[in-house]
Design a protein around this ligand. Structure first.
Ligand SMILES: Cc1cc2nc3c(=O)[nH]c(=O)nc-3n(C[C@H](O)[C@H](O)[C@H](O)COP(=O)(O)OP(=O)(O)OC[C@H]3O[C@@H](n4cnc5c(N)ncnc54)[C@H](O)[C@@H]3O)c2cc1C
Length: 221
């Protein structure tokens, strides 16, 4: 029986957050952070239902919702500091606000898509004195496939499984070279390269990205 060739989908990604270049936020510590100012700044533009502090009953469940390193939620490591707030962004403007407020009040931002970073880079800190916030992009997981162009817009918070499903639903011959684990997030996977079963022939996931919506270290989009 003749085999139908795989058509590789090319991606356009929302949102990649470039905050590593922000020397001011990355050097923030508990002593220099203005926590109250940061929370007030967030509240001015982001609905309270999307802002989780430790005072919120759902804080712990939201924090561990996508954590894949068992060490962090079976036996929480007390030498690691936890975020002072989680922002569950539902639109790009929430991302911009969080970056702007973080810079203004010297609070470090940790961006999380699928939460699969084994070292906890997206949700923990080895510095117990560091004040940081988790910018959770899990809700930004929309996928729009343009079958006629073999292209798709994919949200940073989408999982690889959601991407594979949407691609196959649009056209059963569509594929995308990425990892084997369906719960890995698109944002962290693409920004780290992304390697999987199709990579030998089609390259890394990042090689197949055409464009991206980027929020820069100034909060610009
Ligand atoms: C069970 C498992 C299976 C895996 N299988 C594979 C595999 O087959 N092939 C492979 O190549 N890799 C694989 N990985 C590694 C995986 O691709 C990386 O850990 C990836 O970075 C996880 O992305 P994430 O969005 O889920 O994680 P996150 O923890 O959310 O993010 C990882 C890193 O990317 C940053 N980041 C996330 N989103 C953004 C964004 N929008 N803008 C800027 N920075 C962002 C975070 O701050 C963090 O530093 C696997 C990992 C696990 C745990």
């Amino acid at each position: 029986m003749a085999r139908t060739p795989t058509i590789i989908l090319h991606l356009l990604v929302t949102l990649i957050v470039c905050i590593l270049s922000s020397a001011r936020t990355s050097s923030s510590s508990a002593s220099s952070s203005d926590v109250d100012g940061f929370l007030s700044c967030l509240s001015a533009d982001i609905p309270p239902s999307l802002i989780y502090t430790p005072a919120n009953n759902n804080f712990s469940s939201v924090l561990v919702s996508s954590v894949r390193n068992l060490r962090y939620y079976v036996t929480p490591d007390t030498t690691m500091s936890r975020p002072l707030v989680i922002v569950a962004a539902t639109e790009p403007a929430h991302v911009q606000t969080t970056v702007v407020c973080g810079r203004r009040h010297s609070v470090h931002i940790r961006t999380r898509s699928g939460g699969h970073d084994y070292e906890g880079l997206s949700y923990a800190s080895v510095d117990p004195h560091r004040h940081f916030a988790v910018l959770d992009l899990a809700a930004l997981h929309a996928i729009h496939v343009d079958a006629s162009r073999a292209e798709a817009w994919v949200g940073s918070g989408a999982t690889l499984g959601e991407l594979y499903y949407a691609a196959a639903a649009a056209n059963s011959t569509f594929g995308f070279p990425a990892g084997n684990c369906p719960t890995v997030g698109v944002g962290g996977h693409l920004s780290g390269g992304g390697f999987g079963a199709l990579s030998r022939k089609y390259g890394l996931s990042a090689d197949n990205v055409l464009d991206a919506v980027v929020v820069d270290a100034e909060g610009g989009c």
